[in-house]
Design a protein around this ligand. Structure first.
Ligand code: ADP
Ligand code: MG
Length: 621
C-alpha cells in the first residue's frame, strides 16, 4: 500500500513518505533527506540554526529538556544536568566503561550489575537509550518543521564497530523517539554513498573511509562492486579525536603561562573557558596561520606550526590504525583507489595531508565532512523507500561468533570479517547416554578457549529424547541479520525439538577491547593452539573412559578375568593422567591409544555375540 502525504509548504501531494537519514554522533548529530524533486541529499537546516545539532541534552527545572546548541551552553554552568557524549554509553554496562569513568562530567550510576548504565540527573535516572531518544526527538522535530510533513521513518547510522547490543540500543532509542528505524547502517558505508561511490553498477573499487570526529576515530576499508558495498575491515580508537587536539592546546597554553595543571582542578570555569578557546583556535588554524585571544589576564597564543607539532603524535596513532586495517583486509596502500574524509577533525590541514600522503593519493574532501554521514544515510533511506533499485549494502562482523564445545573450547561458526547478512551452522551430538538437555553457550572472540572470549548468551535445548551418546543430531544455526543482530537456533533433528534466542547482549565492547581481543589472539596464537590440542586429547580420553566403563559394566559376563584386569590397568593409566592434570598431549594420546588397542578385540567379539543373540531372539541389552 502506497502512502500519500501532503507537503504543506508546496501544497503538492507526495507519493512517497519522506524517510530521513540520521547521523547520531558522539559530538554532533544531524538529519538529512532526499529532496523529492531535485533527487539529491540535503542536510536539514531548520530556522537557519545550522545543520549540526550538538549531541548535548540539558535538563532544566520542571522537567523541561533542551537539546543542541542551547544545551551546550550549560556544559560550563550546570554540568550535573547536562549530558554529552551519551553515544559512548549506549549498550554499555558500568564495568564496560573501565577507566574512562572520569571522562564524564555527570553522574553515572554503578548498580553493580552487568546491565546497562543509568545516568542520574537530580532525582531522575535515565538510560542512555532515553537520552539518545531526546536527541533523536529534536532531530525529528526539526525535520518535521522544515519539511512540513510528519516524519515517522528513519535510517540511523552507527560506527562500524558497534556490536549487537549497541545497535539494538540505537534502534530502541529511535523507537522511543517515535521513529520506525528501517535500517541501522554503518557510518563509513553511508559516507561512501554520499560521495556517490558505487552508485554506478559498472564501477568496481576498493576505498578507505577515514573518520576523525570529536572523540572517536574510525577507519574502514570497503570494496564496492555492482552497487554492492562490502566492508573488508574496520579499525579505530574510541577515545581519540578532535577533543585531544583541544586538550593539547590547553596544555600548551598552561605551560606557556606557567600555570600548574593542579590549579585547573580547582578552577573548572577556567578549564572550560580554555577548552572553548582551544577549540576556537583549532578551527581558526584550519584556515589561518596564527591565533591569539585572552582569557582574563592570560594570553593564549598559538601558531599553526606549533599546533601541528603538538598533534603529530595523535595523528600518527590514526595512521597506525590505517596500517592495521589494511593488513586485516590483506591489502596494500596501492590497492586503495579512493580515500574518503569524514568528521569535523579532518578539516585540520595536517590530518588531510598525513592521510593523503599515507595512501599516496589526494583524499576526497569536497563534501562537508560534518554532513557526509547523514547525507549517505538519506541516500540509503531513499533506497529503502524503493526509489533506487541498484544498491545493496553488505557489512562485516568484526569478531568471530561461535559456541562452546567440550573442554571449554571455542568452535567458530561465523568467522570474523564475514559479510552480513549471513547464516552458518554446524551439527553437534550428545556426549552422555540418555542426555536430554544440551547447553548452547554463544561467544564472540578470536581465542581458542571460550574463557578468553566474550560470552554473549547461553540457553538450553531441552527435551532431547533419551538416546545413546552420539546418536542425536543437533543442528545449531547462526543467523546474523543486516543490522548485525544475531539469532541462534538449535534443533534436534530426530525429534524436531527446537529452541532459539535472539541475542541482545547486556553489555557491549569498546573499540579498544575489540582491538585488544584481536591483538591477543595473534600474540597468543601459539599457546592457544597448544592448549586446544591438550584439551582435545583430554576430551577424547574422557569420552573413551566413559565408553570403556559402560562397555565393561554391560558385558562383564562375556569377558575373562584376565581381560578385565588388563582393561582396568590400561584404563587406570588414562584416568591417572587425567586426574594428575597432565598437559602432555602425546602422553595422553598414547595412553588412549593403548586402551583402545586393548579393548578393540573384546568389543568386536562382543558385537558378534550381540548379533548372534539378536538373531536367535534374545534381547541385547
Ligand atoms: P562526531 O562524529 O564525533 O559527532 P564530528 O564529526 O561532528 O564529531 O566532529 C566534531 C569535531 O570536529 C570536534 O572536535 C570539532 O572541534 C571538530 N571540528 C569542527 N570543525 C573544525 C574545523 N574547522 N577545524 C578543525 N576541527 C574542527
Ligand atoms: Mg561522526
Amino acid at each position: 500500500m502506497a502512502k500519500v502525504a501532503i507537503n504543506l509548504s508546496t501544497g503538492t501531494i507526495q507519493k512517497e513518505e519522506i524517510i530521513v537519514g540520521i547521523d547520531l554522533g558522539t559530538t554532533n548529530s544531524l538529519v538529512a533527506y532526499i529532496h523529492p524533486e531535485e533527487k539529491h541529499p540535503i542536510a536539514i537546516n531548520d530556522l537557519d540554526m545550522g545543520t549540526i545539532v550538538p549531541s548535548v541534552v540539558h535538563f532544566k527545572g520542571a522537567g523541561e529538556v533542551v537539546v543542541g546548541n542551547e544545551a551546550k551552553e550549560y556544559l560550563l554552568t550546570d554540568p550535573a544536568h547536562t549530558i554529552y557524549s551519551v553515544k559512548r554509553l549506549l549498550g554499555k554496562s558500568y564495568q564496560d566503561l573501565g577507566n574512562h569513568k572520569d571522562y564524564f562530567g555527570y553522574k553515572i550510576i554503578d548498580d553493580n550489575t552487568e546491565g546497562m548504565v543509568k545516568i542520574r540527573v537530580g532525582d531522575h535516572f535515565y538510560s542512555p537509550i532515553e537520552l539518545s531518544a531526546e536527541i533523536l526527538k529534536e532531530l525529528r522535530k526539526r525535520a518535521e518543521h522544515a519539511l512540513k510533513t510528519p516524519v515517522n521513518r528513519a535510517v540511523i547510522t552507527v560506527p562500524a564497530y558497534f556490536n549487537d547490543s549497541q545497535r539494538q540500543a540505537t534502534r530502541d532509542a529511535g523507537k522511543l523517539a517515535g521513529l520506525e528505524v528501517l535500517r541501522i547502517i554503518n557510518e563509513p558505508t553511508a559516507a561512501s554513498l554520499a560521495y556517490g561511490i558505487g552508485l554506478d553498477p559498472s564501477e568496481e573499487k576498493t576505498i578507505a573511509v577515514y573518520d576523525l570526529g570529536g572523540g572517536t576515530f574510525d577507519i574502514s576499508i570497503l570494496h564496492i562492486q555492482q552497487g554492492i558495498f562490502e566492508v573488508l575491515s574496520t579499525n579505530g580508537d574510541t577515545y581519540l579525536g578532535g577533543d585531544d587536539f583541544d586538550r593539547a592546546i590547553v596544555d600548551y597554553w598552561l605551560k606557556e603561562n606557567n600555570i600548574p595543571t593542579a590549579e585547573l582542578t580547582q578552577n573548572k570555569e577556567l578549564l572550560q573557558a580554555l577548552r572553548l578557546s582551544a577549540e576556537e583556535a583549532k578551527k581558526t588554524l584550519s584556515q589561518a596561520d596564527n591565533f591569539v585571544t585572552t582569557i582574563g589576564n592570560i594570553t593564549c597564543n598559538i601558531t599553526r606550526a606549533t599546533f601541528e607539532e603538538l598533534i603529530t603524535p595523535i595523528v600518527q596513532r590514526t595512521v597506525q590504525s590505517c596500517e592495521r586495517s589494511l593488513s586485516d583486509a590483506n591489502l596494500r596502500k596501492e590497492d586503495i583507489q579512493a580515500v574518503v574524509m569524514v568528521g569535523g577533525s579532518t578539516r585540520v590541514p595536517l590530518v588531510y595531508r598525513t592521510v593523503s600522503d599515507f595512501f599516496g593519493k589526494e583524499a576526497n574532501n569536497s563534501l562537508n565532512p560534518d554532513e557526509v554521514v547523514a547525507l549517505g544515510a538519506a541516500i540509503q533511506a531513499d533506497v529503502l523507500a524503493g526509489n533506487r533499485h541498484d544498491i545493496l549494502l553488505l557489512d562485516v562482523t568484526p569478531l568471530t561468533l561461535g559456541i562452546e564445545t567440550m573442554g571449554g573450547l571455542m568452535d567458530s561458526i561465523i568467522p570474523r570479517n564475514s559479510k552480513i547478512p549471513t547464516k552458518a551452522g554446524r551439527q553437534y551430538t550428545t556426549s552422555i547416554d540418555g542426555q536430554i538437555n544440551m547447553k548452547i553457550a554463544v561467544y564472540q572472540g578470536e581465542r581458542d578457549l571460550v574463557k578468553e572470549n566474550r560470552k554473549l548468551a547461553e540457553f538450553e535445548l531441552k527435551g532431547i529424547p533419551a538416546m545413546p551418546a552420539g546418536l542425536p543430531k543437533i543442528d545449531v544455526n547462526f543467523i546474523l541479520n543486516a543490522d548485525g543482530i544475531l539469532k541462534v537456533e538449535a534443533q534436534e533433528l530426530r525429534s524436531g525439538v527446537k529452541q532459539h534466542i535472539e541475542i541482545k547482549p547486556q553489555y557491549g565492547l569498546t573499540d579498544k577491547q575489540v582491538e585488544q581481543m584481536l591483538m591477543d589472539s595473534i600474540t597468543h596464537a601459539r599457546e592457544d593452539v597448544a592448549t586446544r590440542m591438550v584439551i582435545e586429547a583430554r576430551t577424547t580420553a574422557e569420552q573413551l573412559l566413559y565408553q570403556v566403563d559402560r562397555f565393561v559394566q554391560k558385558n562383564r559376563q562375556h569377558l575373562t578375568n584376565e581381560e578385565i584386569a588388563t582393561t582396568t590397568a590400561k584404563r587406570q593409566r588414562v584416568a591417572d593422567l587425567l586426574s594428575s592434570d597432565n598437559q602432555e598431549k602425546d602422553t595422553i594420546l598414547k595412553a588412549v591409544d593403548d586402551l583402545e588397542e586393548t579393548t578393540r578385540p573384546f568389543a568386536e567379539r562382543i558385537m558378534d555375540i550381540s548379533i548372534r543373540e539378536a538373531m536367535t531372539g534374545k534381547k541385547i541389552e
